[in-house]
Write a protein that binds this ligand. Sequence first.
Ligand SMILES: NC(=O)C1=CN([C@@H]2O[C@H](COP(=O)(O)OP(=O)(O)OC[C@H]3O[C@@H](n4cnc5c(N)ncnc54)[C@H](OP(=O)(O)O)[C@@H]3O)[C@@H](O)[C@H]2O)C=CC1
Ligand SMILES: O=C(O)C1=N[C@H](C(=O)O)C[C@H](O)C1
Length: 249
Amino acid sequence: MKILLSGCNGGMGKTISSLVAERDDMEIVAGFDSSQSPDSPFTVYTELEDVQEKIDAIIDFSHFSAFDKIVDFAEDKKIPLVMATTGLSQTDEDRLKELSKSIPVFRTANMSIGVNVLLGLVSQAEKMLQGFDIEIIEKHHNKKVDAPSGTALMLANAINESAAEKFTFTYGREGTSAKRQDKELGIHAVRGGTIAGEHTVLYAGDDENIEIKHTATSKKVFAKGAVEAARYIAVQKNGLYDMKKMLGL
Ligand SMILES: NC(=O)C1=CN([C@@H]2O[C@H](COP(=O)(O)OP(=O)(O)OC[C@H]3O[C@@H](n4cnc5c(N)ncnc54)[C@H](OP(=O)(O)O)[C@@H]3O)[C@@H](O)[C@H]2O)C=CC1
Ligand SMILES: O=C(O)C1=N[C@H](C(=O)O)C[C@H](O)C1
């Protein structure tokens, strides 16, 4: 199958290119990014309207500022879309839902199996750990532009969906009036070095704590998930899909 890789010059783009080069069932036939890349084995476009190749699926790991261009292109050409970029607004997420009525759309903020299992675990824990204070701590590399991570938000939303009484999210704390409130869910972003992605959900109770933690040890885990998602989405009916649906979790 033939892929258009959006964000092809970036960290995830390069990891996906290397992975796809080892496969014989898939080929990246075109790239999209903010600049040309002379060494690329495929043509890199800076304008999607210039794309000439026939495309079976689009994989996007770029930047939230490119969102409308990519969605317009997928919608116009009726090409299944894997949208992995984070930092999207609620309006963007709503547009994906709407778009999925006319093409198959795969949306997740985290392509790893582990994080998607973690989503189920936090939903279960929410029903069992009444009264525990919950804090999410995420750690990523120093090049990440958005905070908190899309995964941290996905975990927080999963907890809230299972919660009888909804939490208010607090992003970091500072100052002299920062005491923790009831039904507050703290979300904290740490940035440094080359950390591929770490998410810890801390449940702090009276004299006891539980931590559930997922660590991505390289970007390869996300690339592998994205490639599987592209294969999957290319043969689905119109609709909105995610890792849980694809993996049957
Ligand atoms: N869902 C998941 O499992 C995962 C999602 N991600 C998400 O994927 C995205 C990309 O991550 P990563 O590869 O690390 O980021 P990088 O910054 O390394 O790569 C992004 C690429 O997109 C390009 N780009 C930026 N703005 C535009 C634009 N307006 N139009 C076209 N291209 C653009 C960048 O170009 P330039 O450098 O010139 O700005 C860069 O080459 C992020 O949102 C990240 O959070 C990452 C890993 C896993
Ligand atoms: O930018 C990254 O690198 C990652 N972004 C995703 C997020 O924001 O959750 C997923 C992963 O943790 C890596």
